[in-house]
Design a protein around this ligand. Structure first.
Ligand SMILES: Cc1ncc(COP(=O)(O)O)c(C=O)c1O
Length: 425
């Protein structure tokens, strides 16, 4: 079976909603996706039948423990982590990064160097800049090529020195959509004896994540960007996590992963994570055979997830290339990202554009009037917008389709855009 869009859409109640007779078109997905009903049901079930603090002797506390363990197992499959003990939950990616950065910083000395990227969301930039200020570390910047929207990794070779202690980079940009070659970047960090911290928030919804293959030390993502609840998730390499001194209160667990999970967790959110991973696995099981073929252990959840991501990404490549071609035919539009039709596998379908005269916020507001949801501005990718010299002109209009969007929805956007852009000149 190939991709069955209608079967997928039917699982998302929000996709059927209308306002004033106009069906909602969600292109705001890079800022947060809709959830399948099964995810909402799992959250509700946790609150209604498993609501207790963890670690007790009684039934509801045991059920809460089981919820958390199931979600660790699910995320270990989703990320291909060697062990579920290496999965840490938290409120969101930003909070986890600020929190972990304090422990990671304890490994560094004044004068040590860290490498940050100008392609990254501020959540993988500013926690490290502030850490560098606190500890007198030197920050070195990896820029990207403004024509190709990609890094030239020879630049990274020039930045790495014997004092480099950490390299931070994103899996995919939330503004340009570029998929970064994190595997090579992490290999270069490792060869220099530095740690690597990958922000996978925008890659995890689109491409299969394999932390073993990437070879990073840390990988962080947020399930609300991949059809799940508002939760942050960290994978950390066991030997590195065990070297860190956690910032924790005295009675909290002393061993990983609990020692990095400050305070009481959102068990209902964590329950939703398992259902989210199972959503992908079910797509892989029912539709993924054509893309992955059969192997002896095809029925494992990990393989089903991989099959689903491969299938869904192939569909998203079609959406991206259709959207980019359509935008390219509108006067005055510049796509701020990779546009070559044969390079759709080097980007996620998050497509940002600027217009010669129309202000991005005015365009987003006018699209909202059509019940087409998009974001405008820098979208917290401050360094990216600054590098592209669009920070002061209001950033971009960001159209972020995902696998539940259709070509027909893109057509609706493309039909109204020329008028909206023309009206705002
Ligand atoms: C690439 C990237 N990193 C990090 C974040 C921050 O994620 P969170 O909201 O989970 O803190 C976002 C949110 O948009 C993002 O797009």
């Amino acid at each position: 079976m190939t991709y069955d869009l209608e079967a997928v859409r039917a699982q998302f109640p929000a996709l059927a909603l209308s306002d004033n007779g106009k069906r909602r078109i969600y292109f705001d997905n890079p800022a947060g996706t809709q959830v399948p009903k099964a995810v909402a049901d799992a959250i509700s079930d946790c609150l209604l039948t498993k609501n207790a603090n963890a670690g007790g002797y009684f039934a509801s506390a045991k059920a809460a423990d089981a919820v958390v363990q199931s979600a660790r197992d699910a995320m270990a499959d989703f990320l291909n982590a060697p062990s579920s003990d290496e999965i840490v939950f938290g409120q969101n990616m930003t909070t986890i990064t600020f929190h972990l950065s304090r422990s990671i910083g304890r490994l560094f000395r004044p004068g040590d160097e860290i490498i940050l990227s100008r392609m990254d969301h501020d959540a993988n930039v500013w926690p490290w800049v502030l850490l560098a200020r606190d500890l007198q570390l030197e920050v070195r910047w990896l820029s990207f090529n403004r024509e190709t929207f990609e890094f030239d990794l020879k630049d990274l070779d020039k930045l790495i020195t014997e004092r480099t202690k950490l390299v931070c980079v994103g899996g995919a940009s939330n503004l340009t959509g570029t998929i970064n070659d994190v595997r090579t970047i992490c290999a270069k960090a490792r060869a220099a004896g530095a740690l690597s911290f990958v922000d996978g928030v925008q890659s995890a919804p689109h491409i299969a994540t394999d932390v073993r293959d990437i070879g990073c030390d840390f990988f962080v993502c947020s399930s609300y960007k991949f059809f799940g609840p508002h939760q942050g998730i960290l994978w950390g390499r066991r030997e590195v996590l065990e070297r860190l001194e956690p910032y924790k209160v005295r009675p909290a667990p002393t061993s990983i992963p609990g020692c990095f999970e400050t305070g009481t967790q959102s068990h209902e959110g964590i329950a939703g994570i398992t259902a989210t991973v199972d959503y992908f696995a079910a797509i892989g099981a029912s539709m993924g055979e054509a893309v992955c073929g059969r192997t002896s252990d095809d029925s494992s959840r990990r393989n089903q997830i991989r099959a689903a991501m491969t299938l869904l990404f192939a569909y998203e490549e079609q959406l991206a290339s259709y959207l980019i071609a359509g935008l390219g035919s509108i006067d005055g539009v510049t796509v701020q990202g990779i546009t070559a039709p044969d390079a759709m596998n080097r980007r996620v379908p998050t497509v940002s554009f600027t217009h010669a005269t129309a202000r991005p916020s005015a365009v987003a507001e006018a699209l909202a009037g059509e019940n087409i949801f998009v974001w405008s501005g820098h979208n917290y990718a401050v360094e990216v917008a600054r590098s592209l010299e669009i920070l002061d002109s209001g950033g971009v209009i960001r159209v972020g389709p995902v696998h539940y969007n259709s070509i027909a929805e893109i057509d609706e956007l493309l039909a109204v855009l020329p008028r909206i852009l023309g009206d705002r000149t």
